[in-house]
Design a protein around this ligand. Structure first.
Ligand code: ADE
Length: 432
């Protein structure tokens, strides 16, 4: 198809909010690309080798300029890609428009879309009968298992980007409900050790600061959950001078937080002290009525876990006399019946994507390099052997390749084992 006709077709199969922002979107995509040298090298290889020639791929990911570069890489490899949002509030409308107009990708995503629109877009992503799917939070795979079961056997594999999604998929597998092979991209070291820790750490602070412009130095900053995201957030908040308190349910993580130098206590104590409180657990109802009662007047609450279930918004609304939306962009004021005010960032959705731009491109470079190489692995290996309906780890070789490429782009060289060292590691006879 001629380029203009293709662009028209892609535009027809798209549903975006602000096509006029396409040129600004392209600039943002190019800016991110310059910070993503590993992914762009993969894209150029894909352009020559065409591993996805003729393949329909549907991706349900946050529609950001970083994701735009991932779908560009898949398209360069010959795929026909559709991108839909994995969260109603994380879509960058300019990026979506840029992808459609300048890169010929179908996008169905509008920032602030309601639930019905969100699911209409997911349905469109499945109705085009993809052979490979990419998910961030497993909503696409869940919908596939609920309403599109007849298509499951056509799908080579699905790739999952985030901790919450992997937890859901493992629960499906344990239940015997999972009907297709899934790759846990999140669990690759070059993903979660960097994206979850440094990406979430920095971008969550970024989101809270853009929404509030508060000074963190000297403030009591409560982090609920000390997984990789919680570790990153605690470290970055503390780096800006906040006095960090961690809450946990896991004894090992609580001990780790203690020895990392943070105060650890139950939420009922932490809530009394919090100036800012951010949930990042992946679990539900972390901040609820009993905690709202204890929070100080003026406290800021936020969530950076995948779903907006960590803060009980129904209870918060019920305790409120009125809610003033957007006292600042992405900040709502809840006027409680007892006279206190609590401030909620980004409607309780991921603060880093709702109130900022998500993780910086330099870290998404690794996450999306893993996605791109795992997509290639899934498609090429599926020809030789059928995967079964289970959750697969990303091959270690992909992790090591991404780490090596990233180091090379940073201009960092490392040592190699000498022959003597390799032999020593492989032996057991030598001791004291
Ligand atoms: N998840 C967190 N940050 C992101 C980003 N910048 N792009 C896509 N997904 C993300």
């Amino acid at each position: 198809m001629a380029k203009a006709a293709l662009a028209r077709a892609k535009s027809d199969s798209s549903d975006i909010a602000k096509p006029v922002l396409a040129d600004a979107g392209r600039l943002k995509i190019e800016w991110a690309d310059a910070q993503m040298p590993v992914l762009s090298a993969i894209r150029e290889r894909f352009r020559k080798e065409r591993p996805f020639a003729g393949l329909n791929i549907s991706a349900c990911l946050h529609v950001t300029s970083e994701t735009a570069n991932l779908v560009r890489a898949l398209a360069a490899g010959g795929a026909d890609v559709m991108l839909v949002a994995s969260n109603p509030l994380s879509t960058q409308d300019d990026t979506a428009a840029g992808l459609v107009k300048h890169y010929g990708i179908s996008v169905q995503a509008r920032r602030g879309e309601d639930r019905a629109t969100y699911y209409r877009h997911l349905a469109a992503a499945l109705e085009r009968r993809p052979r490979l799917t990419l998910d961030d939070g497993a909503d696409l795979v869940t919908l596939l298992h609920q309403k599109y079961t007849g298509q499951i056997d056509d799908i080579v594999a699905s790739l999952e980007e985030t901790t919450t999604g992997v937890i859901r998929l493992r629960a499906m597998a344990a239940d015997g409900a999972l009907k297709l092979p899934v790759f846990a991209v999140n669990d690759a070291d070059t993903k979660h050790l960097f994206d979850n820790r440094y990406g979430t750490g920095q971008s969550t602070v970024d989101g809270i600061l853009r929404a509030t412009n508060l000074l963190l130095a000297g403030r009591r900053f409560v982090v609920a959950g000390y997984g990789w995201c919680g570790k990153g957030l605690s470290s970055r908040a503390s780096g800006l001078g906040a006095r960090v308190i961690v809450t946990e349910v896991d004894p090992l993580r609580a001990l780790e937080a203690t020895m990392d130098g943070f105060d650890v206590m139950p939420m009922r104590e932490a809530a009394r002290q919090a100036d800012i409180l951010c949930t990042v657990t992946g679990n539900t109802s972390i901040l609820r009525k009993e905690h709202f009662r204890l929070l100080k007047d003026g406290a800021v609450i936020a969530n950076s876990g995948h779903f907006n279930v960590e803060i009980d918004l129904v209870a918060l609304a019920a305790m409120s006399r009125k809610v003033v939306k957007n006292v600042r962009p992405n900040l709502d004021a809840y006027h409680l019946k007892d006279g206190r005010k609590l401030y909620l960032v980004g409607e309780g959705r991921l603060a880093n994507l709702a109130a900022a731009e998500g993780h910086p491109a330099a870290v998404m470079d690794m996450s999306f390099a893993v996605q791109a190489l795992t997509a290639e692995h899934a498609v090429t290996q599926a020809k030789a052997k059928r995967f079964s309906a289970t959750v697969y780890e990303v091959p270690r070789a992909i992790d090591r390749a991404v780490a090596r490429l990233k180091l090379a782009t940073l201009g960092i060289q490392i040592d190699r084992l000498t022959a003597e060292q390799a032999k020593y590691l492989a032996s057991w006879q030598e001791g004291t």
